[in-house]
Write a protein that binds this ligand. Sequence first.
Ligand SMILES: Nc1nc2c(ncn2[C@@H]2O[C@H](COP(=O)(O)OP(=O)(O)OP(=O)(O)O)[C@@H](O)[C@H]2O)c(=O)[nH]1
Ligand SMILES: [Mg+2]
Length: 412
Amino acid sequence: MRKRKSVRGTHRADAVDRERFVKMSRAGADGLQETRREGGNRPSGNKATVVTYSDEFAIQEVKELAKAAGYTVEALITQKQVVKSEYGVGVGKAEELKEMMIQNGSKTIIVDERLTSSQAYRLATVTQAEVVDRERLILNIFARRAVTTEAKLQVQLAELRYEMPRARDAVRYSVKGEKTGFMGLGEATVDVKFRALKRRMATIKEKLVKAQSNRTIQRVERRKLDMPFVSMAGYTSSGKTTLFNRLASETREESPDLFTTLTTTTRAVSFADPKKKVMLSDTVGFVSRLPAYMVESFKSTLEELTYADLVLLLIDASEDQESLSIKLESCKDILNQLKVDFKKILLVLNKVDLLEKRAGAGEVEGGSLFEGFSTVKVSAARGDGIHQLKTRIIERTYPRLEATLGKAQRMN
Ligand SMILES: Nc1nc2c(ncn2[C@@H]2O[C@H](COP(=O)(O)OP(=O)(O)OP(=O)(O)O)[C@@H](O)[C@H]2O)c(=O)[nH]1
Ligand SMILES: [Mg+2]
């Protein structure tokens, strides 16, 4: 009884809450300007309470995502279902959350799923807190990490795609609150606001098309050099940049934080035979439950994978079967969306050095998960298996290239 009363009690402050929600939506919709002003550094040092699924993988991952977005996790509650109810969480949980947050001083609830705007609104109303869903959380990380102009544009595009349907709902709430139009503004102003959002989206897309055509020109130029293209893909933190640095003698940033790399770096690399060079690219990492519009927004960066002759798909082989399975399936799903031919994949089982510390040393838990793929075990950090990997890269790319060259010569 006490629980229900408290939830209803909060509803009485509905008008004030609606105002807060509308302000929050506005902060989101205008987030692009904020990103530009603060160089993408938001939020920082914020205390958050997290709602996620009860499995260990989800718990660990959301904690790392929250950390990468600048939050400190004060408390974490788990649920079997995260998005089924009116608030995204059950009514009882919503109230539990509110009390928990008063105790721990956090002002943000991170819900590890995609919330509808009505769920976010209701949860924000009941708890009097800022509500950040999984997609917003990932966007916040991207916004913090984006350094290059292209990466910033891609993040801005993804943010607009996230905000548009929510801005539409904010209008509905505004109307329900007896204020016509968007965020308490008149209908005409709503139209103006939406048109402005759409225009911004069109401008960003235009700029990205330019970035994309520059890439295409670069790719065509590189093709003239008759070098095979090798691209690295994999879950965030699987060790792509560490391997790239080792193979290309580079010093790009590698870190245990999620989404360290947001842009593509390409280098011409030669292994044992200086005549057999390959173009090697490192790129942005993947994460599970990544919506299609985010993949689409990062298309100009991820496109390297589509054109690659060989894709090195990195897996952190030191993880347990469940993590391996979730991560590999997520990667396959995204590579599928990018229309990557799976025959071009070489599965690189990285971090094998960590397996030695375990009981049953040396064995990767993947087993049947890797069926259908050829695999190679390496430690990008320590150097194990690197010679074998280089040999495999050349074996997999040069026969194909030589066949293409031979065909071209025969045609001339
Ligand atoms: N023990 C061990 N750690 C590794 C190995 N390879 C990478 N790491 C560590 O794993 C973490 C992630 O490495 P990165 O190279 O930044 O991973 P990434 O795939 O580029 O990550 P994102 O750019 O965030 O997608 C870092 O702390 C690395 O030091 C390895 O072979 N063994
Ligand atoms: Mg990286």
